[in-house]
Design a protein around this ligand. Structure first.
Ligand code: TRP
Length: 459
């Protein structure tokens, strides 16, 4: 079936940078700090770390293995690895599901990526300077109320992403992450240094690491798992497709640990970039987009060199977003190209146009279409507009389902020998441990979370 020989990453390091670029995104910098804030600080962080170690790393290994085993795009990987099994049609469906999910995620992610680009521009052009109390709320509300602004900046994020993808693995993705990721780290660490210099570190430590176990319940477990899966780019075809470009000699377990470590490090460190300046300025720790789009601009406006750091902060968000959007965009393009349906460039264009339409609907659901609740017949979904629905169904629901499929597939369906060879751990206790986790631990727990998710009124 394959019409095109797949390009490969030039090295393990190139892959690592791209995979970390995928994992590190709005989920880490924009979402993690406020989810921690909402869910009781330290106890949530501990729970999150536990989930990353117990499920996260084994699942990253699982998805990379499915991708690299035959070095083909995700749908073909599921098809080939289930060759000769009665359940093959189901696994082909699982392949499709894993490719469609990231498209659903992009439907809202592109819009938020657009906000970050718009804020870089706003701060550069002085639109966030000399503000009075409450003005930043108005600036944010104005942006949300303006279809033209939202669509313009969303379009820019789609174009940048499609352009990078159209150039291919080495000249496109690899080159982009080679430039963006080092800048991202430098900016992040400068922001932490700036924060530390201004005080508030002790409060941040206390806030992020003092465990309040009373806040931990089923809902926080679901929230932490969802956050971990989203942050590690699990439960979609992202890791499968990045894995399929990974040269055979590179160790998957090592790569998985590297990605999980860097991703968690950035999530935690982002907390240390954001919380101290909030605490020292006596600002409300609000949740949601307000934290970075309303509270932080006020502080940047008031602090010495705040403007410079403000620009750096929104650039950080934008870079993190773009290295993630490319990883969400690549699976569909990879499949279309391999099947000879389109060349890579045409596929990037077609997928880009389709996603632009979806993201435009999302953007409009923040203003003119805000009262349109397409799935109003369901009690859980009745108040959700398009953007909420995309987030809820793809980033919460489908991601769990796809992760469950991947674990069951490699744990129970695919011959043990395939992963034994691919992981390069030998028939060691580590290999057995990994396999037991994906066979016996992941399915019941993720299955339970899915039932719980559905139980919130979906069915
Ligand atoms: N991990 C990214 C973030 O934290 C988002 C992302 C990229 C993603 N690829 C993904 C999420 C695949 C789910 C699935 O922002």
């Amino acid at each position: 079936m394959s019409h095109v020989v797949q390009e490969k990453w030039s090295s393990g390091t190139a892959f690592l940078l791209a995979a970390i670029g995928s994992a590190v995104g709005l989920g880490n910098i924009y979402r993690f700090p406020y989810v921690v804030g909402e869910n009781g600080g330290g106890a949530f962080v501990l729970l999150y770390l536990g989930i990353v170690i117990v499920f996260g790393i084994p699942l990253v290994m699982t998805e990379l293995t499915i991708g690299r085993r035959r070095q083909v795009p995700p749908i073909t990987a599921y098809t080939q690895l289930s060759e000769g099994k009665k359940s093959q049609p189901f696994w082909i469906f699982a392949g499709y599901s894993s490719v469609i999910t990231p498209l659903g995620i992009l439907g809202f992610y592109f819009v938020i990526a657009g906000w970050t680009l718009n804020y870089v521009f706003k701060i550069l052009t002085g639109k966030l300077s000399n503000l009075a109390e409450g003005d930043t709320q108005a600036v944010f509300a104005d942006m949300m109320a303006s279809p033209g602004t939202l669509i313009f900046w969303m379009t820019l994020s789609v174009i940048i992403t499609a352009f990078i993808i159209s150039r291919g693995i080495k000249a496109g993705l690899e080159k982009a992450v080679n430039i963006l990721m080092p800048m991202l780290f430098v900016i992040l660490l400068s922001l932490v240094a700036y924060s530390a210099f201004n005080g508030g570190m002790a409060e941040t430590f206390e806030f992020m690491f003092t465990p309040d176990f009373e806040k931990i319940n089923m809902k926080t477990l679901l929230e932490a798992t969802g956050q971990a899966f989203f942050s590690l780019s699990l439960g979609s075809a992202t890791m499968l497709v990045y894995g399929s470009y990974l040269p055979k000699e590179v160790s998957i377990p090592k790569m998985a640990c590297g990605v999980a470590f860097a991703d968690t490090f950035v999530a935690l460190v982002s907390g240390f970039a954001i919380f101290p300046i909030i605490f020292t300025n006596g600002m409300e720790l609000n949740s949601g987009p307000g934290l970075v789009f309303e509270t932080l601009p006020v502080i940047f406006d008031q602090m010495p060199f705040g403007n410079v750091f403000g620009i750096m902060f929104f650039l950080l968000l934008a870079f993190a977003a773009i290295t993630s959007t490319i990883s969400l965009f690549e699976p569909a393009v990879s499949n279309l190209e391999e099947r000879g349906i389109f060349t890579r460039r045409k596929a990037s264009l077609v997928v880009g146009i389709g996603l632009w339409c979806l993201a435009a609907l999302s953007a409009l659901s923040l203003n003119v279409l805000s009262d349109w609740h397409p799935l109003a017949f369901n009690s859980t979904l009745e108040n959700k507009n398009i953007m909420d629905l995309l987030e809820y169904l793809s980033a919460n629901g489908m991601m769990l389902v796809n992760a469950l499929f991947a674990a069951i597939f490699l744990g129970w369906i695919v011959n043990r020998k395939e992963s034994l060879e691919e992981l390069g751990l030998g028939d060691s206790w580590l290999f057995k441990f990994w396999r037991s986790i994906i066979k016996y631990v992941v399915p019941p727990i993720v299955g339970y979370l899915i039932i719980d998710f559905l139980g919130y009124g979906l069915i």
